[in-house]
Design a binder for this molecule. Sequence first.
Ligand SMILES: Nc1ncnc2c1ncn2[C@@H]1O[C@H](COP(=O)(O)OP(=O)(O)OP(=O)(O)O)[C@@H](O)[C@H]1O
Length: 271
Amino acid sequence: MSTPRIALDGIRKSFPAPRGRQEKTTVLSDISLTLAEGEFVCLLGPSGCGKSTVLGMAAGFDQPDSGILLHDGEPIAGPSPQRGMVFQQPTLFPWLSVLDNVTFGPRMAGVPRERYLAEAERYLRLVGLQGFEHHATWQLSGGMRQRAALARAWMPNPEVLLMDEPFGALDAQTRLMMQELLTSVWQATGTSILFVTHDVDEALFLADRVLVMSARPGTIREELRVPFERPRSIESLVTDPEYARLKQRILHIVREEAGKSMLAENGLCPA
Ligand SMILES: Nc1ncnc2c1ncn2[C@@H]1O[C@H](COP(=O)(O)OP(=O)(O)OP(=O)(O)O)[C@@H](O)[C@H]1O
């Protein structure tokens, strides 16, 4: 078997307790997962189970207390342009044009314009923003801003993209369009994607595999392979009995784990 792009093995992570309290909060108890080259994996789980913490560690923003964290078999010691991150709120500079936002990294690094312009135009075309290069980002809709953020994340040609509910703030129609668009850019680039979502339909539309996390302290409770051929159409998927079975299974686990979280928050032990 080839080396995975990203591998987490036995990751444990705790954070200091809020002021005035002694004990630490253990957020992740034993997380092991892999992301293969070109694979699309979705991470689902109840609120607060540690999904963003997993992404942050894979990005190199934070280190685990124990366990192994690897990119192509090498330890992840800090952030790298090979691992891009996309957040729910696109972190764009509102006063800059779309093109200046997308090319911000190479411009700040002093790369000559002719070396990055064709690449920027390619990504703007892939995300459907050709013709909007010179608009300021405050002039764009939420979906268009997130498309600009995608083009910017792809500019360094990262091997891995880590996405933290990137479509969570969009309306249902825009969200569907963004899922189709993301799938087509992913297929055109071959980037490995680890994608956090709360939306089971989104996970089943996008992913090759879905990993469902337990309540905090988070661990991977179940892994489901998503068998549907690509390109996928949401209209066909929703009539597929296998889609209904997978959706029911994931909803069942997430509800069960969310129930455990509520009991723990109220100081009660799950039965
Ligand atoms: N830097 C930090 N310091 C202290 N606690 C933190 C820190 N980062 C995260 N936490 C805590 O860790 C837990 C997990 O947070 P995280 O954001 O990873 O969960 P999540 O599954 O992504 O949540 P959600 O689904 O609600 O976005 C939360 O209780 C959060 O308060």
